[in-house]
Design a protein around this ligand. Sequence first.
Ligand code: SF4
Ligand code: SF4
Length: 62
Amino acid sequence: MAHKINDSCIMCGACEPECPVQAISAGDDSYVIDATKCVDCVGFNDEPACVAVCPSDSIEKA
Ligand code: SF4
Ligand code: SF4
C-alpha cells in the first residue's frame, strides 16, 4: 500500500497541500511520500488526490 513519487518529479509542489494526511513533503531531488502516513486517500477521496494534481505523472502506487 501507499503511493510513491518517482524520479520524474519536477518539484512543483502541487501535491503537498492536497494530501489529507500530510504525508507529502519536499525532499532533496523530489517530493517524497511518507509511506507510514499515506492511506492511499481511502476514506478521503475517490481517487488519490496527489495523483490527480501531478502534472508529470510522477506518483505511482507503490
Ligand atoms: S495517495 Fe492520498 S494519502 Fe497518499 S500521499 Fe497521495 S494524497 Fe496523501
Ligand atoms: S505534483 Fe508531481 S511533480 Fe509536483 S511535486 Fe508532487 S510529485 Fe512532484
